[in-house]
Design a binder for this molecule. Structure first.
Ligand code: SAH
Length: 345
């Protein structure tokens, strides 16, 4: 395994067979070598900086029915909410005071969040916070919608491709959603000049090593500025309630591999990673991650943005989350960077 990891470190690529061996290896020495090399590469490009993204979960209404997701439209038990423009602005205001210089508006595909509504919010944020990046994560929309939101002032868009294998994509999504359209959205976003984020869940039901290799190859083709991965975690009111979740070991291995394959990428230590292990995000930071995305949503709606069971950070005020994360980041040996944190590519 040492030879494979060193080759990945030197060349940022491996054959499918080598990737398979590394992805499937649970050797502790190999894990430590991968961690060390990933940390070396992240420090070469980003030093010890960790970028904060203030996550504003704008709506839990969703017209889609993704089988893994707790806010899928068929979940009749979901307690739904959507934020008003004023609420979103208040979240940003408190976030700015806390040192956030990127705001991420994420939500289900809520048809009341029209282009007009979104462009109004984006333009207001752009006017009030010219030094901040505005990131959107609102799912699949038309080229024209992406164009209008870009013109209103959005900078970045997160849209995980979820699964680059047609077969797996079809097992995780209802038939009205297609991988081809998901990919088209990512290419549209890129052509419009957005900094783009893609990614997938680790340990999703039916996912094989070949599927993961397909995800890595798709990412090599797309070359996104950001890559979001986190463990799949079952939600009790979905068809995948009784499935096993993704493991810490495999998620860390993939984070290390991603850092070495994409040396300059922005790579978050996700909330899902912090949910499956108390020190999951710290371990992620030590294995190549350079971004964390604390929650800025109003505390009274936090529990309702319920993608998976036992989600952490649903009880604290933004300021508490910020202080807690700062402590965690520093204890892990890194430092919080109060800046937009663009990709160095
Ligand atoms: N509607 C937006 C935002 C989706 S939520 C969109 O389509 O992009 C953000 C991410 O949460 C999803 O892309 C998915 O990968 C992840 N997610 C959803 N359900 C999950 C679960 N049960 N476990 C772990 N991650 C989950």
């Amino acid at each position: 395994m040492t030879g494979i990891i060193e080759k990945l470190y030197r060349t940022a690529d491996l054959s499918d067979a080598e990737l398979r061996a590394l992805i499937e290896s649970d050797d502790a020495e190999a894990a430590e070598l991968l961690r060390g090399r990933a940390d070396e590469v992240r420090q070469r490009h980003y030093g010890k900086k960790v970028f904060l993204r203030g996550l504003i979960e704008v709506s839990s209404y969703c017209k889609n029915d993704c089988l893994y997701c707790g806010i899928r439209r068929s979940n009749k038990d979901a307690d739904r909410y959507r934020l008003t423009r004023e609420q979103i602005m208040l979240c940003a205001e408190s976030g700015y005071e806390l040192g956030f210089r990127t705001f991420v508006m994420q939500g289900g595909e809520d048809s009341t969040f029209t282009d007009e509504f979104m462009c109004g919010v984006i333009a207001e944020l752009r006017g009030k916070y010219p030094d901040c990046a505005i990131t959107l994560s609102l799912g699949e929309r038309s080229f024209d919608s992406y164009r209008r939101m870009k013109e209103a002032g959005a900078d970045r868009y997160l849209l995980r491709h979820e699964a680059a294998s047609e077969e797996l994509y079809a097992k995780l999504h209802p038939s009205e959603l297609s991988l081809a359209h998901r990919k088209q959205c990512l290419y549209d976003l890129r052509s419009l000049g957005y900094q783009v984020g893609a990614g997938f869940m680790v340990g999703a039901p039916y996912q094989t090593t070949s599927d993961i290799i397909a995800d890595l190859r798709f990412l090599q083709e797309l070359k996104p500025q950001m890559i979001g991965i986190g463990p799949f975690i079952p939600h009790h009111s979905t068809p995948f309630a009784d499935e096993k979740g993704g493991t810490l070991g495999l998620t860390l291995r993939l984070l290390g591999i991603l850092r070495l394959m994409f040396p300059k990428v922005l790579l978050p230590a996700t909330t899902a990673l912090g949910t499956i292990a108390p020190n999951g995000r710290e371990l992620g930071l030590q294995t190549g991650c350079n971004v964390v995305m604390p929650n800025l949503s109003p505390v009274n709606v936090r529990k309702k943005y319920d993608l998976y069971d036992n989600k952490i950070c649903t009880g604290e005020e933004a300021a508490e989350c910020r202080a807690c994360l700062q402590r965690r980041i520093e204890a892990a040996g890194y430092e919080v960077a109060v800046e937009r944190g663009d990709c160095v590519i």
